[in-house]
Ligand binder design. Structure first.
Ligand code: DLL
Length: 440
């Protein structure tokens, strides 16, 4: 039997919830929704006061449709309660913390109990299975290990599946290619742009990765044309995987073999699409902002979290047999966040970093390019007239201070270019801070 065939019921019992009849799934969802709303209400001051403010109690959630009565949660709620204000479990029960970009200087923090980690592992196993990855596969996990959720999320999923996981993390391209060839790697997990970089470098090094057959790519938007290019140039199948730290990490949704949208693991994450201007829930199929509710999270349950990712829900049955609804691939966001080398960046974070250093003006431009498949970011920043007339050494020192300040906040080394006062174009109305030239 072909390993690509994952029949209804799956080879893996763990994937059984992917194929539940919808009414049965809805029952599980309602029961979990009621319990997560109670948990958040009882244990998290912010949720309690928001529900109280609407005159609601957890007992008002009598059907799945009642979810629309609940208030939204947004990223700034995580910032305002930094670091631990949204936790619904005592520290003694929290076994892991991760962090992701906030909108200014501080990151946002997310927490997991052991049961949360088990759910995360489960959805990652189900994701790998959906991509046609099995026991016997050798997975090169080139997502970053650390505070970023990609590395450890994929790692534990791969191991629990029974595959062989190589925890190589991101970076060091030559070593990646050597390992890929020498260790007989059959599957790779990394950002699509990094894989593109690997392909380009492999050409130069005359390395062929003929054993590699599948890639699990996510953490940043990538187009259909980028998928074609990846597949044409490497001969592998490229799957899209989606997730975000606030909800769990990778494994919120994934493309099955059909690759016509990403199945959302709806038994753990309840999806809605809203109009990002009005907050109104949109009908099936309409494009809007994805809102997710964690149905089984203990340490940090999030109710109606506004992801800012723009997509649409697809509910036509999928040929793979999964009954889970799908979201269309995410092409853009409803805010100004962009992703570079897998790191989420808000222009406001760059601004915070620049303003921490004396001698610059709050006029800057962020330019994104791609060089041999690798994302590059340059920040052009205006300096004050006094600084501009300084000698070259003083300017270089300022440039280095700015680069260090940005690295401090983003964890990314980027190029800073100083320019004279009034040399950057001013926009009328809303400032356009980012020029993205990375079109693949
Ligand atoms: O990027 C989790 C992840 C790791 C997903 C590995 C997939 C693979 P964050 O760092 O919190 O978490 O970033 C989440 O990244 O809101 C989207 O804007 C974007 N994003 C993630 N996956 C995709 C994707 C991880 N497949 C933010 N397509 C999300 C488009 C994606 N955007």
């Amino acid at each position: 039997m072909s390993i690509w065939n994952d029949p209804p019921g799956g080879f893996h019992a763990i994937s059984a919830p992917d194929y539940l009849p919808r009414p049965q799934l809805a029952e599980i969802q309602l029961q979990r929704l009621q319990s997560v709303v109670s948990r958040a209400y009882d244990r998290v001051a912010l949720f309690r006061s928001r529900l109280d403010g609407r005159g609601l109690t957890p007992a008002d959630i009598a059907s799945l449709a009642d979810i629309a009565r609940l208030p939204f949660t947004v990223k700034t709620d995580l910032r305002d309660t930094y670091p631990f204000g949204l936790f619904a479990s005592p520290m003694e029960e929290i076994v892991r913390l991760h962090a992701s970009s906030g909108t200014t200087g501080k990151p946002i923090v997310v927490a997991y109990t052991q049961a949360d980690l088990d759910v995360w592992t489960e959805v990652m196993v189900r994701s790998f299975v959906a991509c046609g990855i099995h026991r016997g596969d050798v997975i090169q996990n080139a997502y970053g290990y650390g505070l970023f959720t990609g590395g450890l999320g994929a790692h534990y999923g791969g191991e629990a599946l029974g595959a062989t996981v190589i925890p190589i993390s991101g970076g060091n391209t030559e070593r990646q290619l050597m390992v890929m060839q020498d260790f007989g790697v059959t599957a790779i997990a990394c950002t699509p742009s990094y894989f593109l970089h690997l392909i380009e470098s492999a050409k130069d090094m005359k390395i062929d990765f003929s054993k590699l057959r599948v890639g699990v790519f996510g953490a940043e938007p990538w187009s259909d044309s980028m998928r074609e290019r990846i597949q044409d140039e490497s001969g592998i199948r490229a799957h899209d995987i989606y997730g975000l730290s606030e909800i769990i990490g990778p494994g919120v949704g994934v493309e099955c073999i059909e690759r016509r949208g990403l199945h959302v693991f709806e038994d753990h994450f309840f999806p809605e699409i809203i109009d990002s201007e009005t907050g109104e829930v949109l009908p099936e199929g309409a494009e809007g902002e994805l809102v997710l509710t964690t149905l089984s999270k203990q340490a940090m349950p999030l109710i109606r979290y506004r992801t800012r990712d723009v997509t649409a829900l697809v509910s036509e049955p999928c040929a793979c047999g999964r009954t889970l609804r799908r979201i269309r691939r995410i092409g853009r966001r409803s805010d100004d966040m962009f992703i570079i080398r897998g790191v989420n960046v808000f222009p406001s974070q760059v601004e915070t970093a620049l303003l921490r250093v004396e001698g610059t003006l709050p006029h800057y431009q962020i330019i994104l390019t791609r060089d041999v498949g690798l994302d590059q970011m340059e920040v052009k920043v205006e300096v004050t007239p006094e600084v501009f007339s300084d000698e070259i050494r003083a300017l270089e020192a300022l440039q280095h201070r700015l680069e260090a300040s940005i690295e401090n906040i983003l964890g990314l080394r980027v190029k800073v270019t100083l320019v004279g006062p009034r040399s950057l174009a001013r926009s009328e109305g809303k400032a356009k801070r980012v020029t993205d030239l990375r079109n693949v």
